[in-house]
Design a protein around this ligand. Sequence first.
Ligand code: G6P
Length: 465
Amino acid sequence: MASTSSSFGAAQVLVASNRGPVSYEIQEDGSLRSKRGGGGLVSGLSAIGPDAGALWVCSALSDGDREAVRRGAGEDGVRMLDVPADVHADAYNGIANSVLWFVHHMLYQTPLEPVFDAEFRRQWASYEAFNRAFAEALAEEAAEGAAVLVQDYHLTLVPGMLRELRPDVRISHFSHTPWAPVEYFRMLPDDIAGQVLRGMLGADRLGFLTRRWADAFTACCEALAGGLGETVVGVHGLGADADFLRKRSREADVDERMAALREQIGEGRKVVVRVDRTELSKNIVRGLLAYRRLLADRPEWRERVVHVAFAYPSRQDLEVYRDYTAEVRRVAESVNEEFGTAGWTPVVLHVQDDFARSLAAYRLADVALVNPIRDGMNLVAKEVPVVSDAGCALVLSREAGAYEELGEDAFVVNPYDVTGTAEALHEALSLPDGERAERSKRLAAAATALPPARWFLDQLEALRG
Ligand code: G6P
């Protein structure tokens, strides 16, 4: 347990998130193999350089991670917290992913959900313990006056807890999700809603991906917590990493996967691409239904288009996600049964995570379909125009954060409107090559306005004041 006064740690910049930048696998011979993840935070943090005294505090999520903690074998600059498995399961699966994620993405389905009962209270106690474990580790590791950047809905209580332990440090919290409107947020029991808001308001600065989510948070604070107090709210719209994507998508493994995909697609056909985690909020099933509508109502597209849909496994501990994954497969198969011919498979669905194959699909895309019910930003919408070889048209949900930056050059849809989405697909597919390339260029420029390194440094500079 850290004390408020005595020993300080050594880290000048600390990032805290549930999922960290690296994970470990136990090999057959007992050794550990590490795998580095990608994403905005990873490239952002590397931008401050190896000598900046940075430390990333995250959860041990896999057996390999826990083994790395036990052996003290983790890499420098990363501290994994091995909280008891049941506490993590309650905090992560129970509260973070089944309650807070559902609230911010407005995913509950009355009359069955939500139910806040004794089981919820038990899980909430684990969420508090999980957040406390992070706050204590950060308090131990932070140098005097350090900058601590806490991430996402898993860790909403950390800023308040850390503030009590270490009044000297500068604290920010960044939400990578949308923020719910007041009417939806206050579904949470009043005391819990208050804890979440006050926990976050323990930070000096709060960051959101768009003005819309920042305003929703501010409205919740005004309605339920007596305002923002001293905390400053900022908007930092994370963009795509153009340099990395352009380089990575030209490597040999991507070429190989392009050849394999071309084989599956067939000569001379247009390609509609989507790449998502198999995530309820991504609205994959309605996307497939819209594609079916397109083939039903616009027979001229039959044999002339293929929908390449990658839906990678996610949160499979939750039954509702497993069911959703099965539903995605079922609907994709039924479209193929209904319309497929000997030489044409209308939907090419892949469910095995493969980054090189995603980039290959990006390169081949004529149209990107991004139709989430709600999404903090959605980086796929920003990445495809950067990578696509011939330029792509974007069918984009107005409920994605990316809409605020890309809406002008996209075919904008209401994600619930399957007919409207089918029509948008038709328009996007019908765009003449030249116009599509022009639009794609403008989309790529808007999508890369704030690259991850700048996004991260902006927040750090703002926090240090
Ligand atoms: C969203 C969240 C992230 C999370 C990611 C993957 O983007 O904002 O915090 O890491 O989903 O979800 P997972 O549950 O696999 O970490």
